[in-house]
Write a protein that binds this ligand. Structure first.
Ligand SMILES: [Zn+2]
Length: 364
């Protein structure tokens, strides 16, 4: 939707089939733009995620479509999809649609619209590159860093690894009509932030800002993921009722139960994405606020390329061949080394015992 040759914003809704708000928001917004295209300088591309799963209202049919974006898997699917896995066809369609846009506009930006089973304020999720920050911070909601280190095979993670600007937006509870309004608001604001809409040309953008500010029950701020409680099929995981996003928790607080017994909070912080549905591998996350000064400092140390001397730290060594990859021995380097790596724009790629493999983000 919009003229070619300008900036492009791609928005994906319903990558999880039980999360219709993104799809509904994009439909509504595109209808509005078609009726009234004033101020459009570039293109908004709306893509529907897992159509097969949306039809049945399930998170996925055979496999989670937001966990299979891995280079080798994509390569294989491009060579021929497995008809026994509904999501392979969906993956290929989405991949081709995004590639077609990137061929025309290599710096197209992307927002992946999701919703959650628990309630609470909307928020963004982002891999902490400076380009992602610029897009996410345009939205007046809290921002969650570090989720991508906990999840592998996400669409946004795959695009970030290729150096593209891509973030997630979680708009609230799956079936709450207000989640559709919040998702739509996020897209209006992002369109202006990306230059797809001329600045100040549409009153909808200001309305959208007011809506997200009013709806947000927590102060727009930056938080980081400190802990993920992984759930496997057959665990019998059951979150205690009444939790919602950004609800405070104390270390030791009883949060959930599974077949092995009670599950307690690992530290003082806030709860994110408590699981109140059958499908999904994340029981809950514990998050903590990040000081804004830390973000300013980190933008600065990345610009002056302090990462070039990071191997001087105790317990840190360079990968013998791969530039931008380092090993951190946590038994020697302690938690500070990990913090320093995050500050410098690295993220965890793998873990083996006490050894972490850290990789510098593309376009950090
Ligand atoms: Zn989702």
């Amino acid at each position: 939707m919009g003229p070619r040759g300008g900036p492009v914003l791609i928005c994906v809704g319903g990558l999880h089939g039980n999360e219709p708000p993104g799809v509904l928001a994009l439909r509504r917004l595109i209808l509005r733009l078609e009726a009234e295209p004033r101020g459009l300088r570039g293109r908004l591309v709306g893509l529907t995620g897992n159509r097969a799963a949306l039809e049945v209202g399930e998170r996925f049919v055979d496999e989670d479509l937001n966990r299979i974006w891995k280079p080798d898997r994509i390569e294989r699917v491009r060579g021929g999809v497995d008809p026994a896995i509904a999501e392979e066809e969906e993956l290929l369609e989405l991949f081709d649609a995004i590639e077609a846009e990137l061929a025309e506009c290599p710096d197209a930006r992307l927002i992946d619209l999701h919703s959650t089973s628990g309630g609470g304020s909307a928020f963004t999720t982002l891999d902490d590159s400076l380009a992602n920050r610029e897009l996410a911070f345009a939205l007046p909601v809290p921002h969650v860093l570090g989720l991508e280190e906990e999840l592998s095979g996400t669409m946004v993670g795959y695009l970030n690894d290729r150096g593209l600007t891509a973030i997630g937006f979680e708009s609230g509870q799956h079936l709450d009509p207000a989640s559709v309004d919040r998702a739509e608001a996020a897209v209006w604001i992002a369109m202006e932030a990306c230059g797809v809409l001329e600045r100040g040309a549409r009153p909808e953008v200001e309305e959208a800002r007011r809506l997200l500010e009013r709806e947000g029950r927590v102060r727009p701020d930056v938080v980081e993921v400190r802990h993920r409680h992984a759930v496997e099929a057959g665990d019998g995981f059951e979150m205690l009722p009444g939790y919602e996003n950004f609800q405070r928790t104390r270390r030791g607080e009883l949060l959930a139960r599974d077949a092995r017994g009670p599950i307690h909070s690992t530290e003082d912080g806030m709860i994110l994405m408590p699981l109140y549905q059958d499908q999904g591998a994340d029981g809950f996350f514990v998050i903590r606020r990040v000081n804004r000064i830390w973000l300013t400092v980190s933008a600065w140390v990345r610009r002056i390329r302090l990462d070039r001397i990071v191997h001087w730290l105790p317990g840190v060594r360079r990968h013998p061949e791969l530039p931008g990859v380092f090993y951190v021995d946590r038994s020697r380097a302690r938690w500070l080394a990990l913090q320093i790596f995050h500050l410098l724009g690295f993220r965890r790629r793998a873990r083996a015992g006490s050894i972490l493999e850290m990789i510098r983000r593309e376009g950090f």
